[in-house]
Design a binder for this molecule. Structure first.
Ligand code: HEM
Ligand SMILES: *[C@@H]1O[C@H](CO)[C@@H](O)[C@H](O)[C@H]1NC(C)=O
Ligand SMILES: *[C@@H]1O[C@H](CO)[C@@H](O)[C@H](O)[C@H]1NC(C)=O
Length: 570
């Protein structure tokens, strides 16, 4: 009796679930169909599978770790080149998304309508940063935090932090010298990632991890949390151990940042109380981004000395501040390091650009390479006297943008293509595909060539770059742009100035691929010899150092390479 009641209940629940799924599914499917009939551009669509099979077919042609944007290649450049916007229906794994390669539509998204971050981004970033943070906040929360951090990332403050960065890059140079004399293949990404992690932590938290020779336990914990994360991969998301591993390492990360934060807070209170009685001592070194944020926080919350003495770091504030620091590391680690990797990649393939770059450094810093670091430390503004260096960096970020931008549509907002067609955004995501915008042939003559000189060309030159047409946006535009773009430009310039004249890099993918083949099992080798399994695809549109899918799109296989001392240095 009870059993049959139970089975009835179960039956009814299952039935209503099925009805629910079908009705929601039907509503969503009809919506896409209606958009299709209205003339919204999209690849060939199927009632049951949307565009998943289109995506799958395209992904199948790529190496498994290739950035998913490569799967849009033909859709952007052939099928929808006329509209530069099209809809991809990812049902049932994700809401439908407008894929955008048009500069002017991108500007509508980021500036004109300032579309918000996706509503579920806090949830998808939570395992990485611990909860809400600048990247997922919207509205007043976002405004308050962004205002708190903006001064710390300002151009003038960033110039004060140059000496700190130079110190880290000098260690990086030492390590490169060791690699040069060992004359062995190594992963460049691994080195640059440790460098960028060290720099971000110094700049934001005033804490030196000394991460380059030995991975700091905190850095290790952060990396482990990220390694166990995926924005979509079910093999990782469904692993039952994932929540436990992430919680364990998340705690290590939290405790480390929280204790650094508390000591900065106590230092600040001490300094402030002391300076109430005597003029503040000339600070010996520049303040970190977090120290400036704490300054602002303390100023907002106290008026009198007694209030200051009693002030405690508020729990909610501390927790969110820790999330923000974690976000800074996550947002800046892979993106900045992969940009360094691609800079060497392109320079080593373009010797004349490398020669021009070296010449500029000799002009500005003199022929004695041993004094460059100290010159930079004493005159950080020299960074701004290297226009060709900046042009190289801009061109690298154009060809290999580490990021893209994901926003969410809203009722009442329609995007317009150049022909005046309207694309309603309600219920849709909007992705600005930096890779394709930066290679859009309508705006970029010789789009796939590495030509730093285009950034120095005047308006009469066919290569002239129009800075206001929206076709260049590695750091995005509008109020939600990258908070750290000045830091990145400084960091990359410092790295180039301190390394370009000393080292020659050479990619070692051939050697790496041979090594992988030798290490694969006997069975696989035999199968390959018999022609039973084909060669794995290892390039994407002719590029072996293709961008992969992690947060910041670093080059495949960690960029295996070799380094030698530059000729004049031997
Ligand atoms: C080459 C390096 C970098 C590139 C290309 C880059 C690019 C971007 C882009 C495109 C966005 C906007 C994302 C979107 O619209 O969805 C963004 C946001 C952001 N980036 Fe970066 N980034 C880089 C390095 C960094 C670094 C080093 C940090 C931190 C120290 C950082 C912190 C942030 C933060 C906090 C946001 C969110 C800002 C907000 O919504 O208010 N980024 N970045
Ligand atoms: C930093 O980037 C590397 C290379 O992509 C990645 O393996 C690592 O998990 C990242 N760490 C963090 C904290 O983002
Ligand atoms: C640059 O682009 C803007 C916006 O598209 C346009 O109004 C302007 O005329 C362009 N300038 C030049 C010199 O082409």
């Amino acid at each position: 009796m009870a059993l049959s009641r139970l089975s009835t209940t179960v039956g009814v629940s299952v039935l209503s679930l099925v009805v629910y799924v079908i009705s929601v599914g039907y509503k969503r499917r009809s919506k896409i169909n209606a958009l299709r009939k209205q003339g919204v551009a999209m690849p060939k669509w199927n009632w049951w599978t949307g565009h998943l099979l289109v995506l799958k077919d395209n992904l199948d042609k790529l190496p498994a770790d290739a950035n998913v944007y490569y799967a849009m290649h033909d859709l952007v450049l052939d099928q929808h080149a006329d509209t530069e916007i099209f809809l991809m229906d990812y049902w049932p794994i994700h809401e439908p998304v407008l894929m955008i390669s048009s500069p002017s539509i991108s500007t509508q998204v980021s500036v004109k309508y300032n579309l918000q971050k996706p509503h579920d981004s806090a949830k998808s970033f939570a395992p990485i940063v611990g909860g809400d943070s600048l990247i997922s906040m919207n509205g007043d929360d976002w405004k308050t935090w962004r205002a708190l951090f903006n001064p710390g990332f300002s151009a003038s403050h960033m110039l004060d932090l140059v000496p700190m960065i130079v110190d880290s890059v000098e260690i990086f140079c030492e390590l490169l010298r060791e690699r040069a004399s060992a004359d062995k293949m190594f992963s460049l990404s691994e080195m640059t990632m440790r460098l960028t992690m060290e720099i971000i932590t110094k700049v934001t938290l005033d804490c030196d991890l000394k991460n380059q020779r030995h991975e700091h336990p905190y850095a290790h914990a952060l990396n482990t949390v990220v390694a166990w994360h995926s924005f979509w991969d079910p093999r990782i998301l469904l692993n039952p151990a994932r929540p436990f591993v992430q919680r364990y390492y998340s705690n290590i990360v939290y405790n480390f940042i929280e204790s650094e934060l508390s000591s900065r807070f106590s230092e600040m209170k001490r300094e402030r109380l002391a300076s109430a009685s005597q003029p503040p001592p000339k600070s010996k070194r520049a303040k970190s981004v977090m120290a400036l944020a704490l300054d602002a926080y303390v100023t907002q919350h106290t008026q009198t000395g007694a209030e200051l003495k009693a002030l405690k770091l508020d729990d909610t504030f501390a927790r969110l501040a820790v999330n923000q620091i974690r976000l800074f590391v996550f947002a800046g680690n892979d993106s900045t390091s992969s940009t360094i990797d691609y800079t060497y990649h392109l320079l080593s393939a373009h010797p004349s650009a490398l020669a021009t770059l070296r010449h500029e450094h000799t002009q500005v810093f003199g022929p004695d390479v041993t004094t460059t670091a100290s010159l930079l430390k004493s005159q950080p503004a020299l960074l701004n006297q290297c226009p060709y260096t900046l042009a190289v960096i801009k061109e690298v970020l154009r060809l290999y943008p580490p990021s893209s931008s994901l926003k969410e549509g809203r009722p009442g907002v329609s995007l317009a293509d150049d022909k005046g067609n309207a694309y309603p955004t309600e219920g849709l995501g909007a992705t600005l595909m930096h890779y394709f915008i930066h290679r859009n042939p309508r705006f970029w003559p010789r789009a796939s060539e590495f030509l730093p000189e285009r950034w120095l060309a005047g308006p009469e030159d066919p290569l002239y770059v129009n800075a206001s047409n929206g076709a260049y946006r590695p750091f995005e535009h509008g109020s939600r742009n990258c908070i750290a773009h000045t830091l990145v430009y400084n960091e990359l310039r410092i790295v180039l100035i301190l390394t370009a004249r000393l080292f020659d890099f050479r990619q070692a993918y051939g050697e790496w691929d041979e090594l992988q083949k030798r290490e694969e099992g006997a069975v696989k080798r035999a199968a390959r010899a018999l022609g039973l399994v084909g060669e794995k695809v290892k390039t994407v549109f002719g590029e072996r150092a293709y961008q992969t899918s992690l947060s910041g799109a670093h080059p495949a296989d960690g960029y295996p390479c070799r380094v030698a001392l530059a000729k004049s240095e031997e």
